[in-house]
Design a binder for this molecule. Structure first.
Ligand SMILES: CC(=O)N[C@H]1[C@@H](OP(=O)(O)OP(=O)(O)OC[C@H]2O[C@@H](n3ccc(=O)[nH]c3=O)[C@H](O)[C@@H]2O)O[C@H](CO)[C@@H](O)[C@@H]1O
Ligand SMILES: C=C(OP(=O)(O)O)C(=O)O
Length: 426
């Protein structure tokens, strides 16, 4: 198991390009099963979850060719519809094979998916949507999906689940008639998947809204698509720079709307994205990180939610940032019940945080952090710990670096090129 050894106190700064969005590329790999023709993906990050998803489609008979950040998948040879249990359990997005396999190949057998352990991860919304589209679901120890005659439907999701929306959309693109999906998730990665499906011949309208309309088509064809930049990676590296007093120049940043969504909450800690004339975005070294109080000097709050609220996947990073910002701020994690528990590690480093309940913490800064031994429980807490270690006094060791590798390509190499003193030990 590899670990990261980080000497704190070095400034992170320079030119940085976020790679392709993890949570966009993973469903796109599942979508490759919707056609016999090649799907050519560009800007594919070299992360562990991508490797597992590619292994998953290969295990079903798809051909995969990879050349650095370019991947071509041809699913003409798909013969199996039972997905290997061990691979299913390694990633959350294994469940996204259900929609495409059942819609195009008639059936699918899967096992419970893996993914971050950050609270309950429901599948009820997936099952509801697939059933409404004519896919029978038998969910016991293994999950069996059987296409009993795909048909369009009028759906109202009980929650705007990201992966459920993706699964349902991928099945509905081949369902004859018009499907309406109310309360759909509309995160940037959901939008990017829909755009790519349209390039493959799907007819999805209202992309970006929470009511999608899908006109079913008989067949999809091959396409080429460049994955959108990962806004979670961008936010994470911006926080690493700001907390260490460095300036980051972000080339190939996320689109302006996505940046605005993140900015709304980062504003509260005085971290700014400044668009430049050449299309890049500068994250200037803040004079000081400080909490911007609400009207009347009231304590402000950063809360996550469904898009366009602040992304849950940036909450851990924002909490670390707040430990170094002057003032007091409340964090309200509304989506997951267990994401906040990693703060015990920050307390061990000297942070001033009060955990009110599983969903809320109050952070008062700045509190000097000191290096220590940490273990990464999930992708984003792992990245948050790296950021804490970068600004801490002394050396930190972060065990279970593989967790971070699920979502960030070569995190140590890329931070080192920006000035970090960080080594990997196997
Ligand atoms: C592979 C992938 O894309 N993973 C992302 C996806 O996971 P995933 O698709 O698993 O997450 P969901 O959107 O299904 O749900 C996340 C959590 O939010 C709760 N919930 C969701 C919607 C809602 O309206 N109300 C509500 O309470 C759910 O009960 C659950 O606890 O979305 C999450 C939320 O953005 C991200 O953290 C994950 O990184
Ligand atoms: C929670 C995440 O991923 P997953 O849903 O794949 O576990 C994440 O990307 O932070």
């Amino acid at each position: 198991m590899s670990r990261l050894v980080i000497e704190g106190g070095h400034r992170i700064g320079g030119s940085f390009a976020p790679l392709g969005n993890k949570n966009a590329v993973l469903p796109m790999i599942a979508a490759s099963l919707l056609t016999d023709e090649p799907l050519h993906l560009r800007n594919v990050p070299d992360i562990r979850d991508v490797a597992v998803m590619l292994e998953l489609v290969e295990s079903l008979g798809a051909e995969v060719h990879r050349n650095k950040r370019e991947v071509e998948i041809r699913a003409a040879g798909v013969r199996h519809t039972e997905v290997p249990e061990a691979l299913c359990r390694r990633v959350r997005t294994s469940i996204l094979l259900a929609g495409p396999l059942a819609a195009r190949h008639g059936e699918a057998t899967l096992f419970p998916p893996g993914g971050d352990v950050i609270g309950r991860r429901r599948l009820d919304t997936h099952f509801y949507g697939l059933r409404k589209l004519g896919i029978e679901v038998d969910a016991g120890e293994r999950y069996r999906f059987r296409n009993t005659g795909l048909r369009a439907a009028d759906l109202l999701l009980d929650e705007a689940s990201v992966t459920a929306t993706e699964n349902i959309v991928m099945a509905s693109v081949l369902a004859p008639g018009t499907t309406t999906l109310y309360n759909a998730a509309c995160e940037p990665h959901v939008q990017d998947l829909c755009r790519m499906l349209n390039k493959m011949g799907a007819r999805i309208s209202n992309i970006g809204a929470n009511r999608l309309t899908i006109e079913g088509v008989e067949a999809l064809h091959g396409a080429e698509h460049a994955i959108c930049p990962d806004h979670i990676e961008l936010g994470s590296f911006a926080a690493a720079a700001a907390i260490t007093g460095g300036t980051l120049d972000v080339t190939a940043p996320s689109d302006p709307v996505t940046l605005r969504v993140i900015q709304k909450s980062f504003d509260k800690l005085n971290l700014r994205f400044v668009p430049q004339q050449d299309g890049t975005v500068r994250v200037p070294a803040p004079e000081t990180l400080r909490v911007e109080h609400d009207y009347g000097n009231a304590i402000p709050k950063i809360e996550d939610g469904i898009w366009p609220a602040f992304p849950s996947d940036l909450m851990s990073v924002a909490i670390v940032l707040a430990t170094q910002a002057g003032g007091t701020i409340l964090f309200f994690e509304k989506l997951f019940e267990s994401r906040m528990y990693f703060i015990d590690h920050l307390l061990g480093m000297g942070a001033h945080i009060v955990q009110c309940d599983p969903h809320r913490v109050v952070v008062t800064g700045p509190a000097p952090l000191h290096g220590t031994r940490l273990t990464s429980p999930d992708i984003r807490a792992g990245m948050a710990m790296i950021i804490a270690a970068l600004c801490a006094q002394g050396t930190s060791v972060i065990e279970n670096a593989a967790m971070v590798d699920r979502g960030y390509e070569d995190v140590d190499g890329r931070l080192r090129s920006l000035g970090a003193v960080i080594e990997r030990e196997d």
